[in-house]
Write a protein that binds this ligand. Structure first.
Ligand SMILES: Cc1cc2nc3c(=O)[nH]c(=O)nc-3n(C[C@H](O)[C@H](O)[C@H](O)COP(=O)(O)O)c2cc1C
Length: 377
């Protein structure tokens, strides 16, 4: 049987990723003023021992006011960098490629943690000393009625945040990360520039698609300038922003071409979130692979490698997406919370690792012997 594509290494620039399985960025709301804790080492470490190729940190804020909640991870200082470097070292020891998502929450900053309500901070948070902070966005419109009102960013603010992304990428390189992803999805700052729903500016950062893309493109250029040539750069987008008059798939395909020309290697295709929470959204759940058509359109028509994400649960489904040329990488989110060893289990299902060789030796040696003993019994 030939090696499944899911377990065929992928080379992007100078980086070799051991397989095509990606752990999607997942906020843990467990950092201390942005600094990674023991929780992050265990949380991310188990995905590396679990066999994933690329392990993403959650969204890491490039400046303090860019956190979604008080518990968000950050990378706005060298203290943040050094805490992450220890985790990066472990991920590499276990053969995973360490990746970081750089983010700014924009008008969705200063919120409650999901399990505390996922809305604006309220009396309970204030009582334990978690105060709200002033937030910034392209225009002075809140996400919804009753949410914090952002101030519209001046061109000076724009330059400051673009520089914060570049400074954070430099720190990510120093920490040893091999992949950086710019978070431009889910209604956070970069995405809120793209969408006409949240960007009503009439200067060069608003207006038509090109104007609304300028903030992201300047961020990409600033990051690419400091991020080493040999290291891949990803951008996560909401391929459609969830509003009927908002950012469309056609806009995403056009943007993907511009991103490729600017030195981006992979577009990671999510969706939604311009006017409220994404993953905590209530209502009918989307079905398996619901966002794969976006990754397919970006790959086929945008001419750039794509990452599929969203309810990809079964190894056979992940393999079929790759075999059919619909995406280059498969990101797993909540299914990895359920099973941090998803990649090893997928390899068993697809018969890619019958002797447990991809497992950490501490486990694989025993499991292989156990299997031999069982087959003799
Ligand atoms: C707990 C949790 C935290 C998340 N945090 C982030 C994040 O930091 N950045 C991001 O781009 N997406 C985030 N997401 C979205 C996931 O990366 C992923 O796109 C989404 O969960 C769909 O994939 P799944 O069906 O495999 O979970 C988060 C999702 C969950 C469940």
């Amino acid at each position: 049987m030939s090696q499944p594509l899911l377990f065929t290494p992928l080379t992007i620039r100078d980086v070799i990723i051991r397989n095509r399985i990606v752990i999607s960025p997942m906020c843990q709301y467990s950092a201390n003023d942005g600094v990674a804790a023991d929780w992050h080492m265990v949380h991310l470490g188990r995905y590396a021992t679990g066999g994933a190729g690329l392990v993403f940190t959650e969204a890491a804020a490039v400046e303090r006011i860019g956190r979604i909640t008080h518990g968000d991870l950050g990378i706005w200082s060298d203290t943040h960098r050094d805490a992450l470097a220890r985790i990066v070292g472990f991920l590499k020891t276990e053969g995973a490629t360490p990746a970081i998502q750089l983010a700014h929450a924009g008008r969705k900053a200063s919120m409650q943690r999901p399990w505390e309500g996922n809305g604006p901070l309220g009396a309970e948070e204030f009582a334990r000393g978690e105060t709200a902070w002033p937030i910034q966005a392209p225009s002075a419109d809140p996400v919804m009625d009753g949410w914090l009102e952002p101030t519209a960013m001046s061109t000076g603010d724009i330059a400051r945040v673009v520089q914060a992304f570049a400074d954070s990428a430099r720190r990510a390189d120093q920490a040893g990360f091999e992949v950086v992803e710019i978070h431009s999805a889910h209604g956070y700052l970069c995405a809120s520039y793209l969408s006409p729903v949240s960007n009503r500016r009439n200067d060069r950062y608003g207006g038509d698609r090109v104007g609304r893309s300028r903030f992201l493109m300047e961020t990409v250029e600033a990051v690419r300038a400091v991020w080493p040539d040999g290291k891949p750069l990803f951008v996560r987008v909401s391929a459609v922003d969830g509003s009927p008059d908002g950012w469309s798939l056609e806009d995403t395909v056009a943007l993907a071409r511009d991103l490729k020309a600017a030195g981006v290697d992979v577009v990671d295709c999510s969706s939604g979130g311009i006017s409220g929470p994404v993953t905590a959204a209530r209502g009918p759940l989307p079905g398996p692979g619901f966002q794969v058509p976006y990754a397919e359109a970006v790959k086929q028509r945008g001419g750039i490698a794509s990452q599929a994400v969203g309810m990809i649960l079964e190894p056979e489904h992940a393999e079929a997406i790759l075999q059919e040329g619909r995406a280059d990488l498969i990101a797993i989110g909540r299914e990895a919370l359920l099973d941090p060893y998803w990649a090893h289990h997928a390899a068993r299902v697809l018969q890619a690792d019958p002797e447990f060789q991809a497992w950490p030796t501490q486990y694989g040696w025993w499991l292989h012997r156990r299997e031999q003993a069982m087959s003799r019994a």
